[in-house]
Write a protein that binds this ligand. Sequence first.
Ligand code: MG
Length: 158
Amino acid sequence: MDFRIGQGFDVHALRAGLPMRLCGVSVESPVGFVAHSDGDVAIHALCDALLGALALGDIGHHFPDTDPQWKGVDSRRLLAAVVRMVRDAGWRVGNVDVTIALQAPKIGPYVPQMRAELASVLEVEPDRVSVKATTTEKLGFTGRGEGCAVWAMALVQR
Ligand code: MG
């Protein structure tokens, strides 16, 4: 069996009154993401991890934020398109691991739903999808509540 591994990273700024979507799930929050798309920073990092595993470029290359067709787009559509690219290249998703750095709100209660949501778009079992959350102990831009950072890793196999 052949394996490839990729990593992705994304950051979005937070602003009062905007919706917060993470891993395809709406999170109840007084602040949400400033973005051209729906701002799902977790899915964006995950897309880059999958693209990175196969050296297929990055999300900005495939879905430029200057293109009006991606304005307000549900990021699950972007992830589904990336999964198709993976499959078209002859690979399948092995597992993914996502780490969300966010000071507030608490993400823990949403994690089971997030794993299920990502698994359905990735077309894998939820036990191949890990979603983890951490604060940064009030340090840095995430700790001050100015933004959210997400790291993702993905393994593909054939
Ligand atoms: Mg992004």
